[in-house]
Design a protein around this ligand. Structure first.
Ligand code: SF4
Ligand code: SF4
Ligand code: SF4
Length: 378
């Protein structure tokens, strides 16, 4: 990848350029430079759109791997080249042995990030992170008040989450918010953005929701997500919120020009696509059962107890390389503004090589809205 593309991608992902550089080198060498350890599928929230957590917490707990298992895996992972480690769930802080797992994995030298819903930040956790801060804490914000939180997560947790965020900011924790918008909380988007500004925390807004296939949902179905038309509308409104008027204008212009300039070359000439992201190239995911997956959304797992870390990684790489994504996407005029990925094709249709109708419609609407907006800006 040339330097300009590398920098663009780094800016898009809000990550330092050296991370993108390491990933490109690691992918070329077939090394898993980043890994996610999904410590549990249990959660203290019960979000209706969740793609991972299961309601059967007893069964989930019985299937979880022990602290010793994760620490031993960490030792293998670091030997295989893993540098960036994301601890996730469910809710990872729900594990009583979280402190032990985190402390021991930190000692191994990983750059550790943690995904959490921010509710279980006890005094013990604050002390832990003060002494041994994670590189980053990713906190999902589900609403701008207790009522929206209760509607979406089952708990009126907003006030407590914000209180916890402030405690973490006070001790210097590097926090990033994730805002996932559904038909239950999209009305709070602007307020959520304003909260992030007041707290001076970067927020990534997502209007597309995967169907929760791994949590027992149906392909192509997420009852809480916005219609493709509304998701498009919210996407464009979000861009307007997060950019200055000048940046917004420039971004719209470049996206519209990109769509207009792209020559539709036809499916036959394009051939099938391949996995475009880092999944199974420089990045891997280990689920709570101790299975290594191509990615945390699309499943397809290999037992680490059976194959070992390295053996499972070889299987995951092979699987990722074997995936073929839709030919139509390769020749599509919207491909540079479309969020489609291999996991989206799979969870939308049950087939990596099938075009996801929901995403097509959403992207087409985004394009139309942007065009309209651009005309209004002239
Ligand atoms: S907080 Fe996250 S893991 Fe927990 S139920 Fe909600 S979406 Fe799922
Ligand atoms: S999902 Fe649809 S809009 Fe997106 S690139 Fe593929 S064909 Fe185009
Ligand atoms: S396939 Fe999609 S969801 Fe999975 S890691 Fe890649 S971009 Fe993310």
């Amino acid at each position: 990848m040339d330097t300009e593309k590398l920098i663009n991608r780094a800016v898009v992902n809000n990550e330092p350029v050296f991370v993108a550089y390491l990933h490109s080198k690691a992918a070329a060498a077939g090394v898993p430079v980043s890994a996610t350890f999904e410590l549990t599928a249990r959660c203290n929230f019960n979000c209706r759109m969740c793609y991972v957590h299961s309601q059967d917490s007893v069964l989930c707990k019985a299937q979880e791997k022990s602290a010793e298992w994760w620490i031993a895996l960490g030792k293998e992972a670091i030997e295989q080249g893993v540098v960036f480690l994301l601890l996730t769930g469910g809710e990872p802080l729900l594990r009583k042995d979280f402190k032990e797992i985190y402390t021991e994995l930190s000692k191994l030298g990983f750059i550790i990030s943690i995904n959490t819903n921010g509710y279980l930040i006890t005094d013990e956790i604050v002390t832990l992170f003060r002494k041994n801060p994670p590189a980053r804490l990713n906190i999902s914000l589900y609403g701008a008040n207790d009522k929206t939180y209760e509607n979406i997560t089952g708990l009126p947790a907003f006030s407590r989450v914000i209180e916890n965020v402030k405690k973490l900011i006070d001790i210097g924790t590097d926090i990033r918010f994730n805002g996932s918008f559904t038909n239950l909380n999209a009305c709070d988007a602007e307020k959520i953005y304003n909260i992030s500004r007041e707290l001076n925390v970067y927020i990534k807004g997502t209007q597309y929701m995967f169907p929760p296939v791994l949590a027992g949902g149906k392909y192509g179905d997420n009852p809480c997500r916005l219609s493709p038309e509304d998701a498009a509308q919210k996407r464009v409104e979000w861009l307007k919120l997060i950019y200055t008027p000048e940046e917004y204008k420039m971004r719209l212009k470049s996206m519209v020009e990109g769509v207009d300039a792209f020559e539709l070359s036809g499916d036959e000439e394009c051939g099938e696509g391949k996995v475009k992201c880092r999944a199974g190239k420089s990045s891997t995911w280990v689920n709570f059962r101790g299975e290594m997956c191509f990615c945390g959304i699309a499943g397809h797992s290999f037992s680490i107890d059976e194959y070992g870390f390295n053996g499972a990684w070889e299987k995951v790489k092979e699987f990722s390389a074997s995936i073929r994504t839709p030919a139509r996407c390769e020749g599509c005029r919207y491909k540079n503004i479309c969020c489609v990925c291999a996991a989206a094709c799979y969870t939308e249709t049950g087939d990596f090589s099938a075009v996801p109708a929901y995403i097509c419609r959403m992207t087409e609407c985004i394009s139309q809205l942007m065009k309209k907006e651009t005309e209004g800006l002239e």
